[in-house]
Design a protein around this ligand. Structure first.
Ligand code: ACO
Length: 323
């Protein structure tokens, strides 16, 4: 059977690093409060000339180089983002143009922090359905542009960045020994839509709006939702927590990551954590964490990797793949 195998990975971060202490003087907060509650120490913040499209392009170019491919080899670009350059056209099309790609097709996917997990699942279906042989899957965000910089309960949590992978159709045996995407589980429930949202939009206010979050409510649901979809993937595949080599969760809050890993019985040393360095970069968080763990040699070819994310909507999901 056809499998969607990761052939390359890359990432890109804005030049400017903003440390927790840099918020002192902007809002009433402290390095201690932020670090204790979230595990975040710093985040990257985009300059005016750094956008979701430019960061996404840089991550895509890095992933193509890592794969030993060029834009000519790609059939489809799926960009996960909630902070597009424009309301339309899709920022994926902008990235397609920046890459000089005059063939194939490109679209954006909007599932907030779960965007990359949704995008990988979607790309896998295009590949296994025979519609594409190689797909660039990108998560790119500039959440700094939709933050209320006077709201200390949200502005300290988020950062900007991008990560990308190239998925390629390869022949597999149809077993969990195959490389590539092995299983996925996606969920959403709009009953929670007002717990984490942006208070603007083209069809309502005609403005971009700012992020609003009931942090405690998100926290309350996060662990249960994350573990539900992962357990569904375990059931689908017969894989257990002990079989996993790496757990690459959405990087929103270290306490949510720790509680999810503990509930699932995933050993601490298998958990990839970058929230301390990047903050919550929404759809970019999982590919940024993946890229870091591949670059430093932790994730190696043949390793069994579980990705998960949960975000606004709520949306949540998990993907199991063999690197
Ligand atoms: N610095 C200092 N004090 C603060 C700050 C800050 N930056 N922010 C809030 N506080 C204060 C509050 O005002 C409150 O003060 P009060 O008791 O006098 O009213 C106090 O700290 C406690 O506030 P809580 O919100 O109850 O703090 P909590 O322990 O719940 O931590 C946090 C807040 C970190 C946001 C937590 O709820 C959380 O992580 N929630 C989940 C967020 C998340 O994971 N989002 C992911 C999805 S993102 C996406 O999909 C785009």
């Amino acid at each position: 059977m056809i499998r969607s195998v990761v052939r390359g990975i890359g990432s890109a971060l804005p030049r400017r690093i903003m440390k927790n202490t840099d918020f002192e003087g902007i809002v009433e907060t402290s390095d201690e409060w932020i670090a204790q509650r979230t595990g975040i120490r710093q985040r990257h913040i985009a300059a005016d000339d750094e956008t979701t499209a430019s960061l996404g392009e840089a991550a895509a170019r890095a992933a193509l180089e890592n794969a030993g491919l060029t834009p000519d080899d790609i059939d489809l670009i799926v960009l996960a983002t909630s902070t597009p350059n424009n309301t339309f056209p899709a920022t994926a099309v902008d990235i397609q143009n920046r890459l000089g790609m005059r063939h194939g097709f490109a679209f954006d996917m909007q599932a907030v922090c779960s965007g990359f997990v949704y995008a990988v699942t979607t790309a896998d279906l295009y590949i296994r359905g025979g519609q594409a042989k190689r797909v660039l899957v990108i998560g790119s965000e500039t959440f700094s542009r939709i933050l209320d910089w006077n709201d200390r309960s949200t502005c300290v949590l988020f950062g900007d960045g991008a990560g990308a992978i190239v998925l390629e159709a390869q022949q597999g045996e149809g077993t969990i020994g195959d490389r590539g995407v092995l299983a996925a589980s996606l969920r959403s429930d709009g009953v929670h839509k007002d717990k984490l949202f942006v208070d603007g939009g083209p069809s309502t206010t005609g403005t971009v709006g700012h992020l609003k979050m009931e942090g405690r409510e998100v926290f309350k649901h996060a662990v249960g939702m994350i573990t539900d979809v992962i357990e569904d993937v375990f059931t689908q595949t017969g894989v257990t927590a002990e079989n996993l080599d790496w757990f690459v969760p959405h990087q929103a809050n270290k306490r949510i990551i720790d509680a999810s890993a503990k509930k699932l019985g995933i050993a601490e040393e298998k958990v990839v954590v970058t929230v301390n360095l990047h903050g919550n970069t929404s759809a970019a968080s999982v590919p940024l964490a993946l890229a870091a763990a591949v670059a430093d040699g932790r994730i190696k070819r043949g390793d069994l990797v579980m990705l998960e994310a949960m975000g606004g909507g709520f949306t949540w999901g998990a993907v199991l793949l063999r690197w």
